[in-house]
Design a protein around this ligand. Structure first.
Ligand code: 9D3
Length: 240
């Protein structure tokens, strides 16, 4: 997969991309992540990438010119036009389902913005999708783009080591994970549950499933309701 990132702050991406899974995936050729600085596509004098909004109002708006030039430049570097995704608070919040869908694309072009927002003709003219990572306010789209990259790349074939497995993740069966413990058996008076020391793998699996259900019910009633609905649907298939 190729991932292009269009940003005014390419340096923000360097550390996250040079550690752990993201670094390994790039070294192994599983993903090619290319950073482009939008400012390099601005007109020579002043290198302007933003301007005041027509109609007035606060803040600045990202201009069309540099953005179109930057997208067209990176698109010319690959056979695939790619899915163009703008990180904006106006997009639908990212879900694991969406992440899986994105991971099946051969190319993503992520656009991270600053300022109040993008000139609407960027979305329109590039036929870009909009994506948010949740209902809270960030200072720009860069961290959101990194979240998308991290979530997508770890799903690519060969990106995870043997120990990790995407299939075992929270959300893969719609339940939260059971609690984990490692040595020592007792820490500051808190003991590891006896069952985990018993060696009875059947009982342990059962306990972990119960804990998953309990945690999901307590921490994420929304996920729990959806899980139950799925179970009920399996128990009593709709007659047609
Ligand atoms: C004052 C109105 N603000 C809209 C809520 C303006 C505004 C806030 C934050 C405009 C841009 C931003 C920067 N945020 C992003 O670019 C962003 C974002 C986010 O803030 N939250 C969750 N997902 C995303 S994706 C991009």
């Amino acid at each position: 997969m190729r991932i292009d990132v269009l940003t005014l702050f390419p340096e923000m991406f360097e550390s996250p991309l040079s550690h752990s899974i993201l670094r390994r995936a790039q070294q192994q050729g599983i993903v090619d992540i290319v950073l482009s600085n939008i400012r390099e596509y601005a007109a020579e004098r002043y290198r302007k990438v933003d301007d005041t909004p027509y109609g007035g109002g606060p803040g600045m708006v990202m201009m069309c010119g540099p953005m179109f030039d930057c997208v067209e430049h990176v698109q010319a570097q690959g056979a695939e036009p790619g899915r163009i995704i703008m990180l904006t608070p106006q997009g639908a919040p990212l879900t694991q389902e969406k992440v899986v869908e994105l991971s099946r694309s051969p190319r993503l072009i992520l656009i991270a913005g600053r300022y109040e927002g993008f000139d609407e003709r960027i979305r329109q003219g590039l036929d870009a999708e909009q994506m948010s990572i949740g209902d809270y306010v960030l200072s720009g789209g860069e961290l959101a783009a990194m979240v998308v990259i991290d979530a997508v790349v770890r799903l690519l074939d060969g990106a995870l080591g043997d120990e990790d497995s995407a299939a075992n993740d929270s959300f893969s069966d719609g339940l939260l994970e059971y609690p984990h413990y490692t040595r020592p058996e007792e820490f500051r008076g808190m003991r590891v549950p006896e069952i985990l020391l018993s060696g009875d793998h059947g009982k342990i699996a059962q306990w972990r499933h119960e804990q998953s259900l309990l945690r999901t019910q307590q921490q994420r009633p929304d996920l729990y309701a959806a899980y139950q609905a799925r179970q009920d649907a399996q128990q009593q298939p709709k007659k047609r």
